[in-house]
Design a protein around this ligand. Structure first.
Ligand code: BEZ
Length: 403
């Protein structure tokens, strides 16, 4: 089950786009049957629309991230008359859900049953890790537009590309700056207990301790099921840490930041994190509790460049809200496929994968970037601080971080 891209859907705003997404996914899930890897390989026709899968969470703790990614991807299509590389695009959607249990089968069906030429999306690192072999064996490219697990790209498979980040990089970008800011104070590490949380804190720990910083302790909280952080915050208080570094995103980030504030830790221990902690709708929901939180990320909608301002304006016109890093990563995945399809000798999975190797520079709202040798974006990271701005609470860009 798939739909040809309908550009006008973008203009109906956030609620309408979300409703369409849910309906499409339900249709897709209801219609999907079995399928084996040998049925993969992607559509091989060089005429007619090219099928691209879009697999992001529509349900679970990362649902808001998935909505932003859908919006970013659809905005790019809207701006390009529903085409990539001059070819009409048929978008086939799947609900990644919260975990590999939902995300792996739903995304696999895009390859085995829907015979897409490439898949864009995947928020959760554990889900992406569970899918990697499927894409490599099927010879269909997966353009990861969020999940940051380092291992996904460590062998530079021709079928795995990433327009987002690696979790280790985002954490590592912040370490030296925090060490300098804190002097003798120790940092407590806390994160969701799965690949992303561990890699993010590992990356931070490495550069923070290399710059002379000291770790007061660490705790990993059950992913997707933690709703009460008080017992974990008590450990932070007992450690007498002068600051805390965390990895949380989506609904977990909302609850954590609110509870950190109401527990009163903020007065003694500056909160730092990977930028997902205060990104987009999450920050709206956290409100004043997030004021002063400092994070690292490769995007803020406040980046002061012409390209970004033009993008923010178009995004606001389409969805009546400012764009997030998730929207940009999916927008850029569409841009990468646009360039790839332009030069592809065939539109089957192997043809698209081969062409992805030659896309060159992506003219992105985050700044121009290109894929590095591991197929990750070569890009700068910024120190951001949640501040009151003319547009309300936002992640102000404090400085570019040294890497
Ligand atoms: C991850 O699982 O890699 C991830 C999820 C949400 C935000 C950032 C990273």
């Amino acid at each position: 089950v798939s739909v040809s891209f309908v550009p006008s859907r973008v203009r109906r705003g956030r609620r309408a786009a979300s409703g369409a997404t849910v309906a499409l996914s339900l249709l897709l899930l209801a219609a999907c049957g079995g399928g084996s890897l040998s049925e993969g390989g992607g559509g091989s026709e060089n005429e007619g629309p090219v099928k691209i899968g879009l697999s992001v969470p529509i349900s679970g703790v990362y649902a808001s991230l998935g909505e932003d990614m859908t919006q970013g991807f659809e905005l790019y299509l809207e701006q390009n008359d529903g085409q990539l590389g001059g070819r009409d695009i048929e978008v086939v959607k799947a609900d990644e859900g919260e975990s590999p249990q939902t995300g792996v089968p739903a995304t696999t069906k895009l390859v085995t049953q829907n015979q897409v030429s490439a898949v864009v999306g995947i928020v959760n690192s554990a889900t992406a890790l569970g899918l990697k072999d499927t894409f490599v064996q099927s010879e269909v490219p997966l353009v990861i537009a969020n999940a940051g697990a380092d291992e996904l790209t460590d062998d530079a498979s021709p079928y795995i590309w990433r327009t987002s980040f690696t979790n280790g990089q985002v954490g590592a970008a912040l370490g030296a700056a925090v060490a300098e800011e804190l002097g003798d104070k120790e940092v407590y590490l806390m994160a969701a207990d799965y690949a992303a949380g561990h890699e993010s804190t590992d990356g931070f720990r490495e550069t923070f301790t290399a710059a002379g910083g000291k770790i007061a302790g660490e705790t990993f909280t059950p992913f997707g099921t933690t709703s009460d952080w008080q017992p974990f915050l008590s450990k932070v208080r007992a450690s007498k840490a002068g600051a805390v570094y965390v990895f949380y995103a989506g609904a977990e980030a909302v609850n954590f930041v609110k509870q950190y504030d109401s527990f009163g830790l903020g007065q003694n221990a500056q909160l730092y994190g990977a930028g997902f902690l205060t990104e987009g709708g999450v920050l709206d929901a956290q409100g004043d509790a997030a004021t002063g939180v400092k994070t690292s990320l490769h995007y803020s909608h406040l980046l002061d460049t012409e390209r970004n301002k033009e993008f923010v304006e178009a995004y606001q016109a389409a969805y009546d809200e400012v764009p997030t890093v998730y929207a940009v990563q999916a927008y850029d995945a569409a841009a990468a496929l646009d360039a790839a399809l332009e030069g592809a000798e065939s539109t089957d999975g192997a043809g698209v994968a081969e062409a992805l190797a030659d896309v060159g520079e992506i003219d992105s709202p985050r700044g121009t970037w290109s894929f590095d040798e591991d197929h990750n974006p070569d890009q700068p990271y910024y120190l951001r601080e949640v501040q009151e701005t003319d547009g309300g609470l936002a992640n102000a860009v404090v400085q570019e971080l040294e890497q």
